[in-house]
Structures are given as structure tokens and as C-alpha cells.
Ligand binder design. Sequence first.
Ligand SMILES: [Zn+2]
Length: 334
Amino acid sequence: MNLSELPAVSAPLPWQGAAWSRLQGQLESGQLPHALLLAGPADIGKARLALALARLLLCHQPEAGHNCGHCPACRYSQSGSHGDFRWLQPEGKSKVIKIEQVRDAIAFAFRTAGFGSRKVLVLEPAEAMTTSAANALLKCLEEPAGGTHIILACERLQGVPATVRSRCQLLKLALPSAQQCLPWLNHLTGSGDTSAELLRLASGMPLRAERLYRESGSDGLQARQAGLQALAGGEPAVAAVATLFGQLDPALALEEIAVFVQQYLRRQDAGSLRAGRDLFRLLDRLQALRGAVAAGSNPNPQLMVETVLIGLRDSFGKRGSNATMPTWTRETQS
Ligand SMILES: [Zn+2]
């Protein structure tokens, strides 16, 4: 997460009201644990919540329960130069949080607070810590330096060592409902229909929907959907559709294709699922490719998407004759 791109005042996201009230209540009563583990599905804003709490902890004059955005602490935390604030995440091309990063952060935690009375250390995603990094963090969790707050965020609880988990207070965050996300998405898209479609494509994960929209807007989304429907309907134009997907981050492209296939399968009755075996196999393959991309393998994205789309077209070609797909209109081909 690039801190300097976010607004000066870090408010929690609209669906995080209950979690935020709990944290604020703990802070006001002096019960905020020194180590907190935020756990929940991807792309629901765990890092945003961690940032809002970190900035509130550091702010010299909070306003209306949030950081003020203009005191010296807020200005430094926004520019990333706050001496009492560290944000640990995988750096550069690395997919892990290394022991050196954690050691450096611990040295920081045990130094006297330079700017205010608190220090804040955020680690996300916590599952990215190497085993040695997690072991190094234990020292800090066991003997916290006064005024130090450690906030970890993770998607998979079992990906965080039990020794770390047991020393943190767990705050579970659920996937928000569409009702909770849509007004927020509407601010971005200006259209309820587009927001609902984006959220559906993003499997209900609001920040993923936001990213999809920012990457290609609703026109790009509609063109890709029309392209997939055309391929499923037997159109041969794989390269043209692959080009549309080539503009997306490869992980997002694979996900969008997977959601398309899943939604098709969900709409089918048992009788027409006879030919669905190939589609389930395609989903397995998409899952494996997504894993490879997430693990940092760097395939040729255009080639990868083309191969997947050929598999999609051929799999749909074998489906039952009662499955009709809309045809690709000329407008979306141009
Ligand atoms: Zn402030």
C-alpha cells in the first residue's frame, strides 16, 4: 500500500463501523491491546483499517474519532517519514517480509519514542513473514516496549504461526454485504448497475471491484464480458479478446475469467452439467495459474490469457445444446 496516495484523514471504510467502534472503545478505555491481528477475506480493506488506527494512535489532536490530517504527526505519517511509524510489507519483487525488515522494526520499537508517546508498527500481510521473521517478531510481542502498538493483517489465519497468533488479540472482519458496499462503489462509478456488476465480478470484495473499475472502467469491463460471451458462444476471435484482457493485471484477468465460468456453471441445471466437466477442469487450471501468478511466477501474460481463452472456447463448445449464450455484438468488437 502506498501511504502517500491516500487522503490525509484515514477514516475506516463504511462497512467497518462495528470494528472501528470496538477499537475506539478499547482505545478510550485504555484497553487497546499492544498487538492486534486483523483477519478477513482479501480486498475488504484490512490495511485501510490498520492505517486508520495507526494514524489515530499517532495523531496529536484527533477530531471526531479520526486522525486530524494536519498536525505534524499526521503530516509526517502521510509522507511516510514519521519517525514512530513503520509499515512492513514485501518490498520490491519479493513476496515475503524478511527477517531484516522485522529486526530493523524491532530495533525501532525499543528505541525511545522520538515524536510522541506512541510507536506503531503495521505488518501486512502477516502470512508473508518468513518463519525466521515471525520468530524475530515474537520477542517484540512477548516483551512489548511501552507505548508500542503492533497491528498485523492477514487473510488466512492458519498462514500465521500459532505462536504469533496467540500473542495478538484477534479481530475478525467478515466479507461485507453488497448493501454495505454499493453506496461506496456508486460514489466511484456513478451508476448503480455498474457497481453491482463490478461487485459481482469481484466476488463481493469491494476493493477488488474498485481496482477493476480503476484499471479499465465500465466500458472495458463490458467489452471483456461481451468477448467472453462471444467465445462461449463459439466465436473464434481469441486474440481480440485476449488483447482486451491484456490491459488488466494478470491476476485480475484470471479472476474475471474464473468468475465468468463459475457464474455460467451456477446458472445451469444438473442435466446440462454433463459437459460441465471440462469447465470444472478449466476452473482448476485457472486456480493453479492464479496461484502461480500470486507466487511471483512471471509468465507471458498475453500468451497465458490466450491459452486460457482457447480452453474456455473449446470447453463451452462441448456444453449441452440447451445452453445459449448471447452473441458478441459488432460494437464491442471495434
Ligand atoms: Zn493529527
